[in-house]
Structures are given as C-alpha cells and as structure tokens.
Design a protein around this ligand. Structure first.
Ligand SMILES: NC(=O)c1ccc[n+]([C@@H]2O[C@H](COP(=O)([O-])OP(=O)(O)OC[C@H]3O[C@@H](n4cnc5c(N)ncnc54)[C@H](O)[C@@H]3O)[C@@H](O)[C@H]2O)c1
Length: 358
C-alpha cells in the first residue's frame, strides 16, 4: 500500500461476544479499513449488545458467519473446547482465523487446526497479546541485543491471589476449558518467556498442578460474561508450577496461579538470567542488572534498547498488517504448537508425578 492509497478493506466477524470480545472489537475497529459486519454469540443478548456497538448484525449460529460472503476473517473468542472445532470450520469455509488463546484443548487438536490452515491457504493466527506490550517488546529487544551475555534460564510467572474467573462458568469445567489457570494465564507467560529468549524447542517437563480453592467456592475474581450454571463442578487447576528443560540446554521455570495464599494480589512478569546481566519485566517496568568491573551492582530502569518491534503494540494490527503483506506474523503456528505441547506435558507430568519428554 502506498502512503496515499486506501488500506485494503478487511471484514472481520466476531465469534463470541463475551468479556474479551469488547477489547477485540475496539482494537479491530481502530485499524483503518477494518469493519465488523457480524457478531455471533449463542447468547442473543450479548450478540446484539456488541453488534450494536460495532455496527454489524447479530447472529447466534457460527455456521451463518462462516457461510457469509461479506466476511473475510473471523476473530474467535469462545470457551476453549470450541477453539479447534470453530477454527477448523472457519478455515474450511475459506475464512482467515484470529483465534484467542489457549490454542486448543491439547496438541492433537492444535495440529488439526494447523493442517486445516495449510489445506485452506488462509491465515491462522493465535493472539498472544502479551508479546505486544511496550515493556515486553523492550525486554525482548534487550535480550536480543546480547547485553545479558549467554542466557541460560528464565522465570515466567503470573500469580494471582484471588483471580479465578466467574465460578460456575465454563472456565472451571475441564470438559469445556481443558484446564484452569495454567491454560488461561500460564499460557501467556509461557509464550512470552520462550519468545523473549527465542527458544521454542522443549525437551522435558516436570510439572505440578493443584486444585485447592475453586473447588471450595473460593478465589473468584468475577472475570467473564458467560452465564454461571448453579452447582457446576470446578475440576481444573488453580495453582501450577513447572520446570521446562529446552533442547538448547536452557531452562524456564513457570508459575501460574488463579488463586494462592500470597502477600500481593497479582504478580506477573518475566525474569531472564545471563552470564553478563539479568533483566526483569514486572509491574510494567523493565530493569537491567549488571556488575561493573569494580564489583558494583548496577540497576538500570527502562534501559535504552533502540527501536522496538511492532510499534503499534496490537495483536490484531499485526494479523491485519500481515494479511496486507506489510508485516511478519508475530506468533507462528509452530511456536503456538510448541507452547501447547508444553502445556500438555505439564498436565501429564503432574498426573504421573514424573518428568516427561516433550
Ligand atoms: N487474549 C487474552 O488476553 C484473553 C483474555 C480473556 C479471554 N481470552 C480467551 O477468549 C476466550 C473467551 O474468553 P472470555 O473471557 O471472553 O469468556 P466469556 O465467558 O466472557 O465469553 C465467552 C462467550 O462465548 C459465547 N459462546 C459460547 N459458545 C459459543 C458458540 N458456539 N458460538 C458463539 N459464541 C459462543 C458465550 O455465550 C460467551 O458470551 C477464551 O478462550 C479465553 O481464554 C483471551
């Protein structure tokens, strides 16, 4: 596209009009040339409310979206068990797919989505939004600059004290979600940790997951718009911890909790350890730790790193720019699959109390 020509129009349907769909709608409509002709949700109320904001029509059956001739791409944000089936149906109908995390219930499903994308020739993009924050891009650029020396270990953590989504909804039901905090927020930090150190080749995993609060009706934060079913089971993890060995010889430690007895309400970040420096992203700030020749410890806040990647800072803009041939895709299908394989391995390791190959 030249500086003066209009951007290529792209019509994106929203499938799922729940809590995150508001953000998707706002982010998509902020992109020149993008429209939202249709919003779909099995709840007619939520579909109509969001469609009224986006200016599109409301439907309750995703098949109507996939059959629509005025839809080029679909943004899918529904309960996790529907990710793979709806993504495959959309791809088979010739639509590009922007799928919310986590990829799928397991790696076997994720592989089926990747195969459907290859058959259709359409774009499949998993929306790992944490990669696009300014501090995350700063940390990535810092690590890429080589200033940490040889990077050998990273910690990735998202530890909420009382942060389980609305109890009684699909989030807490394994059959609908595939897992709890590990799949919901652990996936973000696992992806961000591996992305930061540019290493998506796992070798083995030791993991432990626990269910200690949601099953007692505790730990709710209220996130999510889905209707709660009274008496619904809570059979997913609200606490997970894992050590991931990478084929390169590096390692990554992951902590993901929806609920935990801890001092602070929320801890979220990435810490990277290198032979010449350490770096941490926490509370939206990046700090670099080094040691001078005289043995003095130096902490540098927001270290200078030059030009940051993805200046727009938006996963949807990345996908749209990629479709327009203007930008490389931030999250490749191979990376998304590697993350899903590690998540599967953590659950397997926890169930068997062994270190498992990955
Ligand atoms: N990227 C992020 O940071 C982020 C944040 C929150 C949620 N998510 C992901 O987005 C997805 C949705 O999460 P949420 O918080 O919006 O959940 P939510 O429960 O608030 O909304 C889910 C919506 O999907 C609708 N739905 C269920 N089955 C459907 C179907 N067959 N067709 C159309 N709509 C259907 C429900 O009625 C509901 O309105 C989840 O996979 C979640 O992991 C991503």
């Amino acid at each position: 596209m030249s500086a003066t020509s209009s951007p290529v129009p792209i019509r994106v349907a929203l499938v799922g009009a729940g809590a995150i769909a508001d953000y998707a709608a706002t982010a998509l409509l902020a992109i020149p040339g993008v429209t939202i002709p249709v919003v779909c949700d099995t709840s007619p109320v939520r579909a109509a409310e969001l469609a009224a904001k986006t200016g599109g029509r409301a439907v309750t059956d995703s098949a109507a979206v996939f059959a629509a001739v005025d839809v080029d791409a679909v943004s899918i944000a529904v309960p996790n068990a529907l990710h793979a089936p709806l993504a495959i149906a959309a791809l088979e109908a010739g639509k590009h797919v922007f799928l919310d995390k986590p990829f799928a219930l397991n790696a076997a499903e994720a592989e089926q989505v990747i195969a459907a994308a290859a058959r259709s020739g359409k774009l499949f993009c998993l929306g790992m939004n944490q990669r696009f924050s300014e501090p995350a891009r700063r940390l990535k650029a810092l690590v890429d600059s080589g200033r940490l020396g040889e990077v050998y270990h990273a910690k990735a953590f998202w530890q909420r004290r009382w942060g389980i989504p609305k109890l009684g909804t699909w989030f807490g039901q394994k059959a609908l979600s595939g897992g709890g905090g590990l799949l919901d927020i652990g996936v973000h930090m696992l992806d961000l940790g591996l992305y930061t150190i540019s290493d998506f080749a796992p070798a083995a995993v030791l993991g432990a997951t626990y269910t200690r609060f949601g099953n007692r009706g505790l730990g709710e934060s209220g996130w999510g718009k889905s209707d709660a079913a009274p008496g619904a089971v809570f059979d997913v993890d609200d606490f997970a911890s894992a050590m991931i060995r990478l084929k390169s010889g590096r390692s990554l430690a992951l902590d993901a909790t929806w609920a935990a007895m801890q001092e602070v309400p929320d801890r979220c970040g990435i810490q990277v350890f290198g032979t010449e420096g350490g770096a941490i992203l926490e509370d939206g700030q990046v700090r670099l730790v080094t040691r001078s020749a005289a043995g003095e410890w130096i902490t540098t806040h927001s270290p200078e790193v030059g030009v940051l990647p993805f200046a727009h800072g938006c996963r949807f803009r990345n996908a749209i720019n990629h479709l327009r041939g203007e930008e490389s895709l931030a999250t490749t299908a191979d990376q998304a699959l590697a993350v899903q394989r590690i998540l599967d391995a953590i659950y397997r390791s926890s169930a068997t109390a062994t270190t498992v190959p990955c």
